[in-house]
Design a protein around this ligand. Structure first.
Ligand SMILES: Cc1cc2nc3c(=O)[nH]c(=O)nc-3n(C[C@H](O)[C@H](O)[C@H](O)COP(=O)(O)OP(=O)(O)OC[C@H]3O[C@@H](n4cnc5c(N)ncnc54)[C@H](O)[C@@H]3O)c2cc1C
Length: 498
């Protein structure tokens, strides 16, 4: 890097969760090397949903030096230990995808092989009995400390989160400009973006542009016409209706995802209210029907007017095109069933920091970035399709179609491998761990034909003893924990009165 060169100017378009996450990270991590400016329009506003996260958020916050208590207070956050899936495999069934580790694995075979063996012999109990986080979630208990190894994420208020991150970014020197982008200026020959012209007439020039303008993709698509790979033939939900309600019970330390006849409903308990929404396929459910279904299914009084959001599942053909990198909704969208969008923003930011084009943009750098982004998103896509495809519901054409549709080869291979030999895996680019795949495949009713023979090396008595000890240890550890609500109340400000 040439030390005499002027600082590179990074211009971020959009101030939703994506824009302010990028701004906070670039400001904190590279602020001495680059100038960062963010443009946002209060008049346009943000999407206002996106409130359930996965544990990688904690790592990201740590890298940025964010204090957990301050963050939780500012965003009215609660703790999350996983997701409860209701009515997915079949109506009336329920399973849990927790962030915890299942039992104890050996290098030769994962724990679920031992569990399958025990189950075949009529021993042992539910798989979830051997997972600490899952048991804590079901008991409504939670505690953490600097030394604790509990694996958790957060439920947070999306608007408050963007505001909190703005504070972090501005303290790190990021400049904010309020205004509506009216035009994206490009160099005639290269097509590189040179500046953003605001409605006020002001032009913000830069070297690298970050598109965080949401579904509009004002820069990456509007100006650069990058293209979009459509995945709606695999994931045909295309709408959501969201509403905030008053809390009627203590906050549960998990997200609820309850399937309905053409999609599913989320329930995200925050410290001060509950976020609710119905994801649906508009081909089968009208907006009015969705609104009626949602009203019927929420518990507390509505605090906002229900709002319909349309989306198209897929990915931007290149997340990085010329001198523009897209984050958040402008880079593509896979529906929020496993709360992966905010994670994708964070992991994308870390990748950009590592590959930052200090010495100019070159094809190899851009290709590397795009290839990694694509593989990550495809892995998540497969995991989401798995939930829809492995179903035995017979109550609607939507679920029949999900069951009968052709699925990506990558997923078909995973399903076949598990069915034949109970093997699950996590490749280098995969977000989801073996235990995640196992919980969802078994939860959706996929029964493996056999298990690893290693599970037979233990005698039946040894296995019974080991499983019994494990279950007892987990149950007694959970019993010593405070309730999630009690822990929340002493961890930072008390929860607002309901
Ligand atoms: C129904 C639904 C549920 C979701 N649930 C989850 C979840 O539980 N967990 C999760 O991780 N993710 C979830 N997501 C995804 C999550 O909401 C987004 O990834 C996240 O909010 C980032 O959004 P964004 O910043 O890209 O876009 P937005 O919030 O839409 O922000 C766009 C920004 O661009 C600005 N802008 C746009 N045009 C202009 C212009 N012309 N001039 C100036 N500024 C402009 C806007 O003012 C705004 O500041 C969900 C998404 C949907 C649709």
């Amino acid at each position: 890097m040439n030390a005499d060169r002027p600082k590179q100017r990074v211009v971020i378009a959009g101030g939703g969760t994506a824009g302010w996450l990028v701004a906070a990270a670039l400001g904190r991590l590279l602020g001495q090397l680059i100038d960062v400016t963010l443009v946002e329009s209060d008049e346009i506003g943000t999407i206002g949903v996106g409130e359930s996260t996965i544990p990688t958020a904690r790592t990201f916050h740590r890298l940025l030096g964010i204090d957990e208590r301050a963050f939780m207070q500012a965003t009215n956050a609660s703790f999350k230990l996983g997701i409860a899936f209701e009515d997915w495999g079949a109506v009336g069934e329920r399973y849990f995808h927790s962030f915890g580790v299942l039992g104890r694995s050996t290098w030769m075979a994962d724990f679920h092989h031992i569990w399958l063996r025990a189950r075949d012999e009529g021993d042992g109990s539910a798989l979830g009995d051997y997972c600490f986080e899952l048991q804590a979630a079901e008991a409504g208990r939670f505690a953490t400390s600097d030394k604790a190894t509990i694996n958790y994420a957060y439920h947070l208020d999306a608007s408050a989160y963007a505001g909190f991150l703005r504070g972090v970014a501005e303290a790190a020197g990021v400049k904010r400009i309020e205004g509506r982008i009216a035009d994206v200026r490009q160099a005639a020959e290269s097509g590189f973006i040179t500046g953003l012209a605001l409605q006020s007439g002001q032009v913000i020039e830069g070297d690298l542009f970050i598109d965080c303008t949401g579904f509009r993709g004002l820069l990456i698509e509007g100006a650069l016409e990058t293209g979009y790979e459509d995945w709606t033939h695999w994931l045909s939900t295309d709408s959501a209706i969201a509403v905030q309600t008053q809390a009627t019970t203590d906050a549960r330390p998990y997200t609820r995802a309850a399937a309905h006849r053409a999609g599913w409903q989320w329930q995200i308990p925050l410290r001060h209210r509950v976020g609710n929404g119905l994801v649906f396929a508009s081909e089968f459910v009208s907006d009015d029907e969705a609104a009626a279904m949602l009203a019927e299914r929420v518990d507390g009084a509505m605090l906002t007017d229900p709002r319909v959001i349309r989306f198209r599942t897929g990915r931007r053909s290149k997340a990085w095109n010329r001198n523009c990198v897209a984050f958040g909704l402008s880079s593509g969208f896979v529906e929020p069933l496993e709360s992966t969008s905010i994670h994708l923003i964070m992991i994308g930011i870390m990748r950009l920091v590592k590959l930052f084009p200090f010495d100019g943009i070159n094809e190899a750098l851009v290709d590397r970035y795009n290839e990694q982004s694509q593989r990550e998103l495809e892995g998540i896509r497969d995991f989401i399709i798995l939930h829809y495809h492995l179903n035995r519901r017979s109550d609607s054409p939507f679920w029949s179609r999900c069951r009968e549709m052709a699925i990506p080869d990558t997923l078909a291979q995973r399903i076949a491998l598990f069915e034949e030999s109970a093997q699950a895996y996590q490749d280098a680019h995969d977000l989801f761990r073996v235990d995640s795949w196992v919980q969802v495949m078994l939860g959706q009713g996929l029964e493996p034909k056999t298990h690893h023979p290693m599970a037979r090396l233990m005698s039946r008595d040894q296995r019974r003893q080991a499983l019994g000890d494990l279950k007892r240890n987990i149950a007694s550890a959970v019993a010593t924990m405070p309730s999630h609500q009690a822990f929340l109340d002493q961890y930072g400000a008390a929860s607002p009165a309901r």
